[in-house]
Design a protein around this ligand. Structure first.
Ligand SMILES: Nc1ncnc2c1ncn2[C@@H]1O[C@H](COP(=O)(O)OP(=O)(O)O)[C@@H](O)[C@H]1O
Ligand SMILES: [Mg+2]
Length: 260
């Protein structure tokens, strides 16, 4: 059994007479330990897909199963196992880190959630905060400081520390390095990959940038207009793209532009 099974997932947003089919009959599986890239231009449905996989939203139709259990459309109180096992790192740490909370409280927040505590009650918040801050390369006294005292790259390290706090099995990174300067991006990406390796995490890596996905993920799915148009080993998507949209993404990467 795959860790994740996504079956015929559709999400339609409607406001008044306007309907947006953000996700259109998407199916995929994710194996334990897999690093899967989800790539596509802005608006292709990547965030909608991972929000449904994290059960932060309900599908219009279709189903998501995690570890054999249905998680789509399930009430929050019954999602403890998912909340403890699947953690997200989002693009903008400025909006995802509460400016009024110190870093220690931010990182400990998932451990204080009642439904996660039911799953991970054995984790001592204070000790765990020190552990994960160290794991992301921040000094332990960072816990007493506030997000605005840190640079963009450091804030993203804080977001990664918070995601690691409940010892998840799966990390979902949604454009997690996209807002960072190029030099800082490489550092944070290397940190992330080191942790994924060391902790044997399953990684869903969402990016509009196929070049970054290639660096990080052996496998990828390519999304366009709410559909998966191509899936396979990332290397193969580069060398022999089957779908014209994939070919266009590859051609848009400067180093590949000159290739026949
Ligand atoms: N809450 C929402 N209400 C209405 N439309 C939405 C909402 N969220 C996303 N969409 C639309 O769904 C489509 C896919 O969006 P999204 O999943 O955010 O794409 P991506 O992450 O690939 O940029 C876009 O057309 C977007 O405008
Ligand atoms: Mg998005």
């Amino acid at each position: 059994m795959s860790l994740y099974e996504v079956e015929n997932l559709t999400r339609v947003y409607s406001s008044g007479p306007r309907r947006v089919v953000a996700l259109d009959d998407v199916s995929l599986t994710v194996e334990r330990g897999q690093r899967l890239g989800i790539v596509g231009e802005s608006g292709s449905g990547k965030s909608t897909l991972i929000r449904l996989m994290a059960s932060l939203d309900r599908p219009t139709s279709g189903e998501v199963r995690f570890d054999g259990r249905v998680v789509s459309g399930v009430p929050e109180r019954r999602l403890g196992f998912l909340r403890a096992s699947v953690q997200l790192v989002l693009q903008d740490p400025r909006s995802s880190l509460n400016p009024r909370m110190n870093v220690g409280d931010i990182v400990a927040e998932p451990l204080r959630s009642p439904i996660i505590r039911r799953e991970r009650g054995d984790l001592d918040p204070r000790a765990r905060v020190a552990e994960v801050l160290d794991a992301v390369g921040l000094p332990v006294d960072a816990a007493r400081r506030y997000p605005h005292e840190f640079s963009g790259g450091q804030r993203q390290r804080i977001a990664i520390a918070r995601a690691l706090a409940p010892s998840p099995e799966v990390l979902i990174a949604d454009e997690a390095v996209s807002a960072l300067d190029v030099s800082v991006r490489a550092q944070v990406l290397n940190l992330l990959m080191g942790l994924v390796d060391e902790l044997s995490l399953t990684l869903l890596f969402v990016s509009h940038d196929l070049a970054v996905v290639r660096h990080v993920c052996p496998d990828a799915v390519v999304m366009q207009a709410g559909r998966i148009v191509e899936a396979g080993p990332t290397q193969r998507l580069f060398s022999e793209p089957e779908h014209p949209y994939t070919a266009r993404l590859v051609a848009a990467i400067p180093a590949f532009r000159a290739r026949p």
